[in-house]
Write a new protein. Structure first.
Length: 96
């Protein structure tokens, strides 16, 4: 059973998961809370959705990054996104 079938994800959901995984300040726990896939499943999903070279670069960037793992974050940081990021409504970025 694929991750898509397991969590009944639409194309829009998959796009949003990939977008959230790319964001440096969005922890894997936020993705899991919103869509269900664990960190390992998100990594697997990213590998399926990206070219191998790009996946390797992304994986090297997020591996061990404190902002991608809630347990490694400073206790004072309780938000999922940067203060500079615009508000997202209904999982869509506002027009820029």
């Amino acid at each position: 059973m694929s991750i898509r079938e397991k969590y009944q994800l639409t194309d829009i959901d998959l796009d949003r998961i990939v977008e959230m995984a790319w964001e440096d300040r969005t922890p894997f726990e936020a993705i899991q809370a919103q869509f269900g896939p664990t960190e390992a499943e998100v990594i697997q999903l990213m590998k399926q959705e990206m070219r191998l070279n790009n996946w390797k670069k992304w994986r090297a960037r997020v591996q061990g990054r404190a902002t991608k793992h809630a347990s490694l974050r400073d206790a004072e940081v309780i938000r999922f996104k940067s203060r500079m990021q615009r508000a997202i409504s209904r999982n869509r970025m506002p027009k820029r």
